[in-house]
Design a protein around this ligand. Structure first.
Ligand code: 2HA
Ligand code: ZN
Length: 275
């Protein structure tokens, strides 16, 4: 089968385009990766033309030999639908988990996303934490979430609690909460280490003054997670634009009742009494 005819590739492209349409991918902002299933790799292998091995910039031994769909560095989400083979690629990791090579795509040259270390370190953490269920890592620049990083304390507790309060579905969609990474230089190993540490506990990591990372099992769940967090952030931005004092909200006991009925566990550290 041709790569562009495969369902997993169509799903990847649709998700990228959905993010573009949401306004989360100005210029070359954001990046997306998918850990390809073995049978999916076999279904498109006939089109592979392996390039040179190159260093990843970090070490991900758990992912040795795996294949990933990844957006290209400097490429625009806006172009994924019309120029797919120029905008993303399939990479293969070597047996050490320290090098990759492009086997398909980026036909006009280029390399995988500048955030490849963060993507792969997040994938490695999630393979271990979910027994291989999570396959999608998504990074975008959604404006409301970013705006909140200028006004809320940069703590997991503050962000999780405020986002949960803004929409009843939130504690059900991300019951573990969200993590916050303070401002750091993007693109390197340090921010990748900080993000993947948070991904051991959460499926969402917010990068202060930059954007968000989400992890999930498939394209629908991962896009839906980013969408839910950003919608909640939008509501909080609207509320804070009207007043800095909520007249009423969802209380810690309300959350405990919700948790019981929806069969989720909400960590008590997020259900603190507010001053
Ligand atoms: O340009 O979003 O974080 C891609 C990015 C870098
Ligand atoms: Zn970014």
């Amino acid at each position: 089968m041709k790569v562009l005819e495969a369902e997993f590739v169509k799903g990847f492209m649709r998700m990228a385009d959905d993010g573009w349409l949401e306004g989360w991918h100005e210029r070359n902002g954001g990046n997306l990766s998918y850990r390809i299933k073995a049978e999916e790799v076999e279904s498109v292998r006939e089109e592979f033309t392996p390039g040179e091995w190159k260093p990843i910039g970090t070490s991900v031994p758990v992912l040795a030999g795996e294949y990933f769909l990844v957006t290209g560095s400097g490429k625009y989400f806006r172009n994924v639908m019309i120029k797919p083979e120029d905008s993303f690629c399939i990479i293969e990791l070597d047996v050490s988990g320290e090098n990759y090579r492009i086997v398909w795509g980026l036909v006009n040259g280029g390399r995988p996303t500048s955030e490849l270390p963060s993507h792969l370190m997040n994938h490695e953490v999630k393979v271990l934490a979910t027994n291989g269920r999570h396959r999608v890592i998504y990074h975008a620049h959604p404006a409301n979430t970013i705006a909140l990083t200028f006004v809320l304390p940069l703590t997991d507790e503050a962000f999780t609690r405020e986002l949960w309060e803004m929409a009843t579905e939130c504690p059900v969609v991300f019951p573990d909460g969200v993590g916050v990474v303070p401002w750091m230089v993007p693109g390197g190993r340090d921010i990748a280490v900080a993000t993947s540490e948070l991904m051991k506990k959460y499926d969402v990591a917010i990068w202060a003054h930059h954007g968000m990372f989400c992890s999930g099992e498939d394209f629908d769940l991962t896009f839906g997670l980013m969408h839910t967090v950003e919608k909640s952030a939008e509501i909080l931005v609207k509320v804070l634009s009207m007043t800095n004092a909520k007249r009423q909200t969802i209380t810690p006991d309300d959350f405990r009742h919700l948790a019981k009925d929806f069969n989720v566990t909400l960590p008590e550290k997020f259900l603190f009494e507010k001053e």
